[in-house]
Ligand binder design. Structure first.
Ligand code: AMP
Length: 628
């Protein structure tokens, strides 16, 4: 059996951790980062890029770069479109109305894209641990509904994981933060790129019990970015008379600059946006230069941040608690770095939030704790989670009859008796719903099935027992049974973000077949990255060397650089690596010559590398007699 990891599959970034003995270790993404951007890019050459490399090329390839795919997981096209996502790629409905992503001439379901991210993480983990990684605990926003959970599980399976648990993100954060021996009440406020979650937990004697949870699956940093982007576009149109909203490349540059400025404004009061050559018209090129203040961003997002108060109040009320009853407030998710968000949290809970956690890693770490618990290597804690939304069935007149109320501890099995609505009715249709509205049409439909063969009888006489069973992952199975005949029928929520079981299996095979290809591609991309770094270093060193050293000293490096540039875009990884190594050696040699020169040069006379000493093609090796 392989190892088990914990994965925080985030809207913007993903983070992975593993238990190593009693320690939890964050597995680096392999690009010098501890988190990996949740981005997948497709190039015209048919390459698939994942993580930082995909994010980097988003500017030049916005339409084929998929970010924030978590916001599409298990969702309908109509819902997604009405939210105006701040992305440049094409979203389309499939014939079931599910949101799909179109890249070049292929449509991908959101779980497929998420699986590409997970597959990359799996490969990283295997490289890091030097062992096979087969199992995972994957986190989801607590407020994810059944379909979104199933979609996430499907993504994990496609990537080749056995998904041991779909764990709520705030619960994971609590697992990472609290010692099982503590006895505390905790509020976890989680505002990330695309979702907001609030959970109230209680820890007593190693039992982590979620008391209540609430949130908004469509609220987060992406929405703040969208507000800022709109403002920038309007401002540019007002001052320069040009509409940039229809130019995907400019728009992508603005999006990235807006997000950067937003993050900067969390620590500074002012931030500048500088985007040269953003557009051009008959009067020549146009540049976008703007100064933003913290006050401006706060005024743009204030109403959105305020929208987090109501779910917090609801969760507190559901848990039967007041703000004063909470011992710690934990902040999770990148958007909680925004001072206005922190102030809002402080107002809601009447206390300062805890500062000791890294909001980017705490969820991944907690997922690894749960993975260790499930693997039996940690025995000091037990997790009791709840179902976030009420589940029920549609009854006469389109009214929803609840069967499992929201915030009921899971796993759970609960039944309710129903009967027929008309005389001699032989078929009942069970329409499974999730949500808090009284009328069925206001809630999310999870599916329907029919129970047939009910013996003819007067309305209200047959007894039909409808049972809901929710497993520890929050995943639901429903069955209906006629008490007279014993005939039963059931369903499992299985619309995995637009994927049937058969499709998932097909995609698993495809992903497996692609894994080797991906590894090769990944290595090629890494080789190119390394080449880029050396090309950059060589350019810098050459610039100085050409001014300070004779041709003989740098000629080989110059030639090697030309050679490396030629092979860099090819697909021969071995050649790229060879040329990179050769060039890198020459860079070191020339840099050493420059170092010797600098050391032997009189102080103040040599100049820093890259600075011209004036005369360009001569250099001084002897002491300057006039120098002090
Ligand atoms: P997460 O989904 O938890 O990775 O959070 C990502 C979101 O946090 C994105 O919208 C980021 O722009 C946002 N974010 C990250 N760092 C900061 C920061 N310093 N200030 C404001 N927002 C941030």
């Amino acid at each position: 059996m392989g190892r088990a990891v914990g994965i925080d599959l985030g809207t913007t970034n993903s983070c992975m951790a593993v238990a190593e003995g009693s320690e939890i270790v964050v597995i680096p993404s392999g690009e010098g980062l501890r988190v990996m951007p949740s981005v997948v890019g497709f190039t015209a050459k048919g390459e698939r890029l994942v993580g930082l490399v995909a994010k980097r090329q988003a500017i030049t390839n916005p339409r084929n770069t998929i970010s924030s795919v978590k916001r599409l997981m298990g969702r309908k096209y109509d819902e997604v479109i009405s939210e105006r996502l701040n992305v440049a790629y094409e979203i389309k409905p499939n014939d079931r109305g599910d949101a799909m992503v179109k890249v070049f001439d292929r449509e991908y379901s959101p779980p497929e894209i998420s699986a590409m991210i997970l597959q990359r993480m799996k490969a990283r983990a295997e490289e890091f641990l030097g062992d096979q990684v087969t199992e995972a605990v994957i986190t989801v926003p607590a407020y994810f509904n059944e379909v979104q959970r199933e979609a996430t599980k499907a993504a994990g399976r496609i990537a080749g994981f056995e998904v041991k648990r779909v764990l709520n993100e705030p619960t994971a954060a609590a697992l990472a933060f609290m010692e099982p021996s503590e006895r505390k009440r905790l509020a976890v406020y989680d505002l990330g790129g695309g979702t907001f979650d609030i959970s109230i937990l209680q820890v007593v004697n190693g039992i982590f019990e979620v008391k209540a949870t609430s949130g908004n699956t469509h609220l987060g940093g992406d929405d703040f970015d969208a507000r800022l982007v709109d403002w920038i576009l309007k401002e540019f149109q007002n001052t320069q008379g040009l509409d940039l909203s229809r130019d995907p490349v400019s728009l992508q540059r603005i999006r990235e600059a807006a997000e950067r400025a937003k993050c900067e404004l969390s620590t500074t009061l002012e931030a500048a946006i500088n985007l040269p050559f953003i557009a051009s018209d008959e009067s020549g090129p146009r540049h976008l230069e703007m100064n933003l203040t913290r006050g401006l961003i706060e005024s743009l997002i204030e109403d959105l941040v305020r929208m987090t108060s109501e779910p917090c109040e609801k969760a507190l009320a559901d848990a039967g608690l007041k703000p004063e009853d909470i011992d710690h407030v934990l902040l999770v998710g990148g958007s909680t770095r925004i001072p206005l968000v922190r102030k809002t949290v402080e107002d809601i809970f009447r206390q300062k939030p805890a500062h000791s956690v890294n909001p980017d890693e705490v969820v991944g770490i907690g997922a690894a704790v749960e993975a260790a618990v499930l693997a039996g290597t940690r025995k000091d804690l037990v997790l009791l989670d709840v179902t976030p939304l009420t589940l029920g069935v549609e009854t006469l007149g389109g009214v929803m009859a609840p069967i499992v109320e929201r915030n009921t501890p899971i796993p759970i099995k609960r039944s309710r008796l129903f009967s027929t609505a008309v005389d001699n009715q032989q078929v009942v249709s069970i329409h499974v719903l999730q949500g808090e509205r009284e009328l069925a049409e206001g809630n999310r439909s999870l599916g329907r099935f029919e129970l047939v063969g009910i013996p003819p009888a007067k309305r209200g006489t047959p007894r039909i027992e409808v049972s809901f069973e929710i497993d520890a992952n929050g995943i639901l199975s429903v069955s209906a049974k006629d008490a007279v005949t014993g005939r039963a029928q059931g369903m499992r929520v299985n619309s995995s973000g637009g994927l049937s079981e058969e499709e998932i299996r097909k995609l698993m095979q495809e992903a497996e077949a692609n894994a080797e290809l991906d590894r090769t591609r990944m290595k090629l991309v890494e080789a190119r990255n390394a080449a880029d770094q050396v090309i950059y270093d060589a350019g810098k060193v050459l610039e100085t060397a050409m001014k300070k050293l004779d041709r003989e000293s740098w000629e080989d490096l110059d030639n090697a650089l030309v050679g490396l540039r030629q092979v860099r875009d090819g697909s021969d990884r071995t050649r790229i690596a060879k040329e990179t190594a050769r060039t890198s050696d020459l860079v070191s040699q020339v840099a050493r010559l420059l170092e010797v020169l600098d050391k032997s040069a009189p102080s103040g006379g040599g100049g820093a590398p890259g600075e011209s000493s004036g005369d360009g093609n001569i250099y001084v090796l002897e002491e300057d007699p006039d120098a002090d």
